[in-house]
Design a protein around this ligand. Structure first.
Ligand SMILES: *Cc1c(COP(=O)(O)O)cnc(C)c1O
Length: 392
């Protein structure tokens, strides 16, 4: 972990350090919880939960336990293909008709939920002279996408006889986001029954998959050929999972620097609408990070940051580009000092989970809202190489 970023990262207003060693360590940790031979379908949708899909996928491609990548739409798949990622890529949700030609031409695998998508994918595959690999998605209790089991069986029969499509997978999505939820076991039973019904008709898709992070940590569906971790790859787990996954390491640190300091008397209003008024003479530092960079507005007047190894409170309303902190209790703060929003500084650490709790949201939203203009800096501490700065 890099606790003092000043020495290695200069010249950014706001940056996210992405620790690729921690990422690969987390895959190792997850692999220890699944049956030998089970592979990882690494979920890199939403720009790898804000971590940068291309560098994350490049880094994970080398991992021996990796099968391929799960994305949210065909543009995310194409971005990986354009970057030279040649592993299997699966669009986890559904595609819309406009996406059909490009998934076929770029060898992107698709989840199937309905007959109309089967028809358009099949026609386009035949037109391009290709075979498209598909995974049938059954709804076992998520109630979002996915075909209900009787309908899913019909779709499976249709796919088994398809000229342009190859049924390579059967999947379902888990509704519970905490490990140990009894409904996850109910969903797994429904999937098992579907598998048995398919097998009775001689249909046996090789890639059966079920487990998201919560199911992996709760050990349900971890004996199937693939597991689909997302948030745990990035070392973010909710409080209720922390004891199950103590060894996961946070991958992202979010940092900025002090750009302005002023000493103010008691009674000074700070920020829009003066929602904070100083109670005593103090020193206010201004940071060039706002809600556009992913610092949740809800943290106004309630979050903390780390500066010089100490906690300093966010004061006033967070604005689009700037945030103020009170550093009256932190000695020797100077303009240019590194400020940590997420991550460690000395022996203090702020986690995504802590921010989510304070902001009244879920860790997923905090992670994937880290803004576009935040520079991602990819670090591989074990290689001791210079940091690689990805395009903004
Ligand atoms: C996002 C997603 C996952 C990953 O879920 P996590 O809770 O982040 O592990 C797995 N499967 C599907 C279908 C998803 O959409």
């Amino acid at each position: 972990m890099t606790s003092s970023a000043n020495e290695i990262v200069d010249g950014h207003r706001v940056w996210a350090e992405i620790d690729l060693d921690a990422l690969s360590h987390n895959v190792d940790q997850l692999m220890q919880r699944v049956r030998p031979g089970t592979q990882v379908l690494a979920v890199v949708k939403a720009d790898a939960y804000g971590h940068g899909a291309v560098p994350v996928a490049r880094s994970l491609s080398a991992h021996p336990g990796l099968w391929g990548f799960g994305v949210g739409d065909s543009n995310e798949a194409l971005e990986l293909r354009a970057a030279g990622i040649d592993r299997p890529i699966l669009v986890l949700g559904t595609i819309i008709p406009e996406e059909v030609p490009q998934v076929v031409s770029h060898d992107v695998q698709v989840c199937i939920h309905s007959a109309d998508r089967i028809e358009s994918l099949e026609a386009e595959s035949l037109r391009q002279g290709r075979r498209t690999r598909v995974h049938l998605m059954a709804d076992t209790g998520m109630g979002r996408l996915g075909a209900q089991p009787p309908r899913a069986l019909e779709l499976a029969r249709r796919l088994a006889g398809s000229p342009g499509l190859e049924l390579v997978g059967l999947a379902t999505h888990v509704s519970a986001s905490r490990p140990g939820h009894p409904f996850t076991v109910v969903q797994k039973d429904r999937l098992d029954r579907m598998l048995a019904a398919l097998a009775a008709e001689g249909i046996a898709p090789p890639l059966v998959h079920f487990a998201n992070t919560a199911a992996i940590l709760g050990d349900v569906g971890t004996g199937l050929p693939l597991v689909r971790p997302g948030i745990s790859l990035y070392g973010v787990v909710g409080a209720e999972m922390a004891s199950l996954a103590p060894a996961l390491q946070p991958v992202m640190s979010l940092r900025t620097q002090v750009v302005y300091l002023k000493d103010v008397p008691a009674g000074t209003p700070v920020g829009y609408n003066g929602t904070h008024v100083t109670a005593r003479p103090t020193r206010i530092a201004t940071l060039p990070i706002g809600y556009n960079d992913g610092l949740a507005y809800r943290l106004s007047n309630c979050g903390c940051v780390l500066v010089r190894g100490r906690r300093a409170p966010i004061v006033g309303s967070i604005s689009m580009d700037y945030t103020m902190i009170d550093v009256g209790e932190v000695p020797d703060v100077g303009v240019g000092d590194t400020v940590t929003l997420i991550g460690a500084d000395g022996d203090q650490r702020i986690t995504v989970t802590e921010l989510a709790r304070l902001a009244g949201t879920i860790p997923y939203e905090i992670a994937c809202s880290v803004g576009k203009r935040v520079r991602r800096v990819y670090l591989r501490p074990s290689h001791r190489s210079a940091p690689q700065i990805a395009a903004p």
